[in-house]
Every structure is written in structure tokens, then in C-alpha cells.
Design a protein around this ligand. Structure first.
Ligand code: BV8
Ligand code: ZN
Length: 237
């Protein structure tokens, strides 16, 4: 059986990682996550954007995969599982998933914003979140940025193409922990539905996708994913 998982920030919520919209707490309460993760935001104040990503990068060291990530990884024992994630964390990989496509990049890779060369130089320690940190400067004069996809930027072609394949070849697609408002990622479940592939949503809240999917479970990732595959025959009838 081919299972495709489409995950968003809610997948990592039970690991203690604030979701994209919850991130307006603490130091970042006064910033708009959509502004600080946009190419315009980077142009306007690279020091604030760099500080935010550096903090999120370091915060990942203190968190671990949850039962939801582990369930998805364990499904590989009996099924072909592909994970299409909007998340820039590495929790699916750390739980053991082997096919993970990052539609919006990763907190763990950095590059120059001018010559694109990969940066693997030193990163300053950040024991506490601070509001502004100047990003390192590349030898070409460009600024080092996180290798994530900002609003207004194209998605990585290979990850997108593999994700479209994963969704259109699946026997079932499971959409978990996303508010389904950011495109083109939010359009992927429609490709499965258009082919009559069952789509199951796992989200404690309703989303714009809720009324369109085969089944929407008002439940959380860590509590529902562990037993979900076994429940599929009964759930899908
Ligand atoms: C593009 C990486 C085309 C960075 C992210 C107007 C102006 C400019 C652009 C646009 C515009 N209108 C539309 C657009 C396109 C735009 C877009 O869709 N905007 C939206 C806001 C309308 N999209 C883009 O710009 C994309 N690029 O279109 O390029 C183009 C064409 C030509 C030339 C150039 C470009 C790029 C989008 C990627 C942006 N980067 N992230 C980073 O992470 O820092 S987006 C980021 O937010 C996430 O990656 C995710 O995709 C998105 C939403 O976050 P979610 O993951 O859904 O999380 P959220 O907090 O929203 O929701 C959490 C959910 O979990 C909730 O539903 C909650 O109920 C649930 N939950 C909570 N706890 C649990 C749970 N579920 C289960 N279990 C739990 N325990
Ligand atoms: Zn450079």
C-alpha cells in the first residue's frame, strides 16, 4: 500500500515546537510570521529575520520527534510511505522516515543570498532568543540566509515534482497539522481527490480542506497517527 503523508506545523506541535501561527508568543509576539518569513522581510531587516531563524534552528536541538512522527516512520514496515512536509524541522527524519520531501526548505541548511553557495561555517550560539543578529557575510558580499522558501519565493522543483508524484500515486493521503492556506502546498490534496484517492485530514480544528476531504478527524497527530493505518479499512468502509 502507498501512503502519502502531507504534514504541517501541527505535526510538530506535540514536540513542543510552536506552530507557524502560534509563534506570535514570547519575543516574536510583535512580529507577523508571514512578514518575517518573506523575501521582502529579508530585504527590509535581514538581522531580525536571521535572529528568528537562528533561534528556531537552536530550539530544534531541545525538542524530539513525537508519537506522530514515530508512527509515520513505523508505517514503513508494512507500506511504501512518502512524507511531503511544509515543515522546515528535521523531526520526521529523526523519527526514522526515509522518504521526506521538504516543500519549504530546511532550518539546517544555509546559503548565500547572492551567489547561492552553501554555507557550513560557524553559527553564533543563541542560548536565548534575541531580536537582532547580523547574518554572516559571504566572500562575494552577499548575506548568508536560511535555505527555506519564503513567501513570494518559488518552491524547490525536485521536492515539488516528487510531492506531486507521491500524492497522485498514493492509495491514501493523510493531511496532518496544516491550516491548508498556503499555496501551492495546500493544492496537493486536491490532486489526490481529483483522482478519487481517499484523503484523510487529522487536525483538532477545521480548515478550508475539511469539507472537501474523504474523512476529517478532529484529533491530534500524536494521539491519532499511531493507530490510524489499522483503522483505515473500517474508516474508509
Ligand atoms: C509561491 C517556510 C509563487 C518558512 C513557509 C500574495 C502575495 C504574495 C504571495 C501570495 C499572495 N497570495 C498568495 C500567495 C502565495 C503564497 C501564499 O500561499 N500565501 C498565503 C498566506 C495566502 N505562497 C507563496 O508565496 C509560496 N510561493 O507561491 O511562489 C511564485 C511564482 C512566481 C514567482 C515567484 C513566486 C511560498 C510559500 C512558502 C512560505 N514558507 N514556510 C518557515 O517555515 O519559516 S510557509 C509556512 O506557513 C509553513 O511552511 C506552512 O506552509 C504555512 C502554514 O503553516 P502550517 O504548517 O499550516 O501551520 P499553521 O500554524 O498555519 O497551522 C497549524 C495547523 O496545525 C492548524 O490547522 C492547527 O489546527 C493544527 N494543529 C495544531 N496542533 C496540532 C495540529 N494538528 C495536529 N495535531 C496537533 N497537535
Ligand atoms: Zn556569496
Amino acid at each position: 500500500m502507498q501512503v502519502t503523508v502531507l504534514s504541517g506545523a501541527g505535526m510538530s506541535a506535540e514536540s513542543g515546537v510552536p506552530t507557524f501561527r502560534d509563534v506570535e508568543t514570547g519575543l516574536w509576539a510583535k512580529v507577523d510570521p508571514y512578514e518575517i518569513s518573506s523575501s521582502d522581510g529579508w530585504r527590509r531587516h535581514p538581522d531580525k529575520v536571521w535572529a528568528w531563524y537562528l533561534w528556531r534552528h537552536y530550539m530544534m536541538k531541545a525538542v524530539a520527534p513525537n508519537d506522530g512522527h514515530r508512527a509515520v516512520a513505523a508505517w514503513e514496515d508494512g507500506a511504501q510511505v512518502r512524507v511531503v512536509t511544509q515543515n522546515v524541522d528535521d523531526l520526521h527524519e529523526r523519527a526514522g522516515s526515509t522518504e521526506v520531501y521538504h516543500l519549504h526548505g530546511s532550518l539546517f541548511h544555509f546559503r548565500c543570498d547572492r551567489c547561492n553557495v552553501a554555507y557550513d561555517g560557524p553559527l553564533p550560539e543563541m542560548p536565548q532568543p534575541v531580536e537582532s543578529v547580523d547574518p554572516p557575510v559571504c566572500s562575494c558580499g552577499g548575506l548568508i540566509r536560511p535555505n527555506v522558501v519564503w513567501f513570494g519565493e518559488q518552491l524547490p522543483t525536485e521536492a515539488w515534482d516528487r510531492s506531486v508524484e507521491a500524492v497522485t500515486q498514493a492509495d491514501v493521503a493523510i493531511v496532518v497539522g496544516t491550516s491548508s492556506i498556503v499555496y501551492p502546498a495546500a493544492g496537493l490534496p486536491e490532486l489526490a481527490l481529483a483522482q478519487g484517492i481517499p484523503v484523510i485530514e487529522v487536525n483538532p480544528e477545521r480548515t478550508p480542506l475539511t469539507d472537501r476531504v474523504t474523512l476529517s478527524l478532529r484529533e491530534t497527530a500524536a494521539t491519532t497517527l499511531p493507530g490510524l493505518l489499522q483503522r483505515l479499512p473500517a474508516l474508509l468502509g
